[in-house]
Design a protein around this ligand. Sequence first.
Ligand SMILES: [Zn+2]
Ligand SMILES: [Zn+2]
Length: 389
Amino acid sequence: MYLCKICNLANGSRFGEGECGICGGSALKADAMAETGAQMLKADGAKSFSISTVIDKEWLAREEKAWDNGLGQAESIKNLLNRRISSALRKATGAEYCAEGECKVVFDFTKGTVDLQKSDMFIFGRYRKRAAGLSQSRWKCPKCDGRGYMPPAHHDRIVGHDRGKGCPGCEGKGKFYESVEERIGEPVKKAAGARDYVMHASGREDVDATNSAGRPFVLEVSAPAIRTLDLVMLAGEIKKSGEVEAVDLRFVPRSFAEVVTESHFDKTYEAEVEFERDAGEADAAKIRALEGAMLLQQTPTRVAHRRADLVRHRKIKHLEFIRREGQDAKHATLIIKAEAGTYIKELISGDSGRTSPSVAGILGMGAKCTKLEVTMIDDGYLDFCLERI
Ligand SMILES: [Zn+2]
Ligand SMILES: [Zn+2]
């Protein structure tokens, strides 16, 4: 068996050089391809990169044959190519090789092509939602798939209309709500020249609830052209769009998105409550006595259509009954600290007995939450993790 120069290097140069019995000569393009890759990296200005090589599966089988024939040390050709190319790229560009590099350069030896892919970028932050009526993530209209109009009927196409009728599901808007995700993602997308974005957050509040606590999230920004963003300026941009603020912004590795979405934190809420009848001091005392209670919460009726119907146990860690200025005997404010995943509206209304105990249940009268705000999230654990990145 003869090998080309590159494959022979991988096999301790023990073979004669000739028409290569492993790669058929394709590996000889490695240096030229590395030079192309280096030019691409330079043009991009990336400070770090990773690489990936694609080789024909046949090479692996043939290389094993060579190992059977040969004696002594050998390394796989894929290894050798990766090492040789990444070292050439480092030398030519001064950029650093790392698994989470700003770009991934793909060397495809089956086609002889080199391709530069922008790596996704991840930004951690905490968002505050100052106004009710925003959903957390983009909520596309399923009827028109976010287009805002219905696909043209066959007949319309024939007579030359290229657009169908406005979507009746969303009145042509393509979505039901503005979202926190867009208020944060759009300014970032614009500044980074990115293709798209997705927000990964630690839980979510209802559309009609607000949050002054700052909910942890990681924004995944895909294919950014610019990676050196001024995050302070961006926070200013986000705030300008109104209703949403993002604080504590910083770059994080991809793996941090999961840390954020998989963690559960105790939260404190301010809930304005309207009672069916006057609620006096005796009622207030009963409500305060819920502090320390373990709730049984069956999945609320309002979300039962999209979540599994099950019973959760959640603890009320702190509860205050407050009567604010302007609140009559039928109104009060509750400050509630509860475990992650507690349904606060149902804690108040009882949800027809599906949450027990509840404010309505212990008072024996109707009670409903008219306004809800998340005021504190005990997420100090994340700061602990961030310090170690
Ligand atoms: Zn070869
Ligand atoms: Zn629609």
